[in-house]
Design a protein around this ligand. Structure first.
Ligand SMILES: [Zn+2]
Length: 306
């Protein structure tokens, strides 16, 4: 029986896992509710790995975590949830696991971008921008065939691109972050400002736009224009073959239509005439697939670090 690579994506509400093949396919996919955060999940993660080890000879484990990971040390250096800060997850897990098992830790959004770059339906070229539009805005960057992690592990945190100087206060403590203008929360706020004064204002205005309400369409188009504005800035730096939109709002067909409309109006620096936008294709398992594949590359000494 040949050795296997296990991927785990540790989210705030669930831990997704699976055995990831060389071609990015996932076997024995599973998901279990997360019983804590940061140091509290170490025992649970070790138990999940042990469950797979009873059935398969696991030699490599890739972990995707909700925080920036220092590429030199594997320590989590930035995270919205303070319980993760300063955690050396690979080191903690090795108190439970044999030292022969290689454990690699990376940021969850970066892992998802890496998975789309390696195995996604729209993979093309060696540079890719993944923009995940859910309640907030996140994503990952692959440049010249390597995942961008930066100096401290905070590289690729595109949601906090300072789009408007002195703009709306962000949860990160800064002002005018891209996330404040192009996200599910931003659409919800814009809908409420336009009179959709309900708890589901963001969803309601999207549905009204779908039904031909021109005022609703203008609001959705405004959020889409902010999204494209940030994409154009990143495109000027990266020149990616493709830009992928992930997340609940990013993969919504109607919102995607408005983003395409805004992108068609955008002026790009020659020789680019336009940047192709596609929905991300790997869905909720992208983090698992990317974490496993990044771990496998790390064991082979193949550079994945920009
Ligand atoms: Zn911010």
């Amino acid at each position: 029986m040949s050795s296997a690579t296990l991927g785990l994506d540790i989210g705030g509400t669930k831990i997704a896992s699976g055995l990831v093949g060389l071609d990015g396919t996932v076997a024995e996919a599973d998901a279990t509710p997360t019983l804590g955060s940061g140091r509290q999940v170490v025992d649970q993660v070790a138990e999940i790995i042990d469950t797979y080890r009873t059935r398969h000879p696991i030699d490599t484990v890739g972990l995707a975590v909700p925080g920036g990971v220092d590429p030199r040390t594997g320590i989590i250096t930035a995270a919205p949830n303070l319980a993760w800060l300063g955690l050396d997850l690979a080191d903690r897990l090795h108190t439970h696991l044999p030292s022969s098992i290689f454990v690699h830790v990376d940021n969850d959004a970066g892992a998802a971008a890496w998975a789309e770059h390696r195995f996604g339906r729209h993979r093309d070229g060696d540079s890719l921008l993944l923009v995940t539009v859910g309640t907030g805005l996140g994503g990952g960057v692959v440049a010249n065939g390597a995942l961008v992690r930066g100096f401290t592990g905070a590289g690729g945190e595109i949601g906090h691109l300072p789009l408007l100087p002195g703009g709306r206060t962000c949860e990160c403590g800064s002002h005018g972050c891209w996330e404040q203008y192009a996200s599910g929360q931003a659409l919800h706020r814009a809908a409420q400002a336009a009179g959709w004064d309900t708890a589901t204002a963001g969803y309601d205005i999207l549905r009204a736009a779908h039904q031909g309400d021109s005022e609703a369409a203008d609001v959705v188009a405004g959020v889409a224009a902010h999204l494209v504005h940030g994409i154009m800035i990143l495109t000027a730096i990266l020149d990616p073959a493709r830009v992928l939109l992930g997340g609940g709002l990013g993969t919504d067909p109607l919102f995607h239509f408005f983003v395409q409309e805004a992108a068609a109006q955008a002026e790009l620096t020659p020789p680019r005439a336009r940047v192709p936008l596609h929905p991300a294709s790997l869905g909720v398992m992208a983090g698992v697939i990317g974490a496993a594949d990044l771990a496998r590359h790390a064991t082979c000494g193949i550079a994945t670090r920009a």
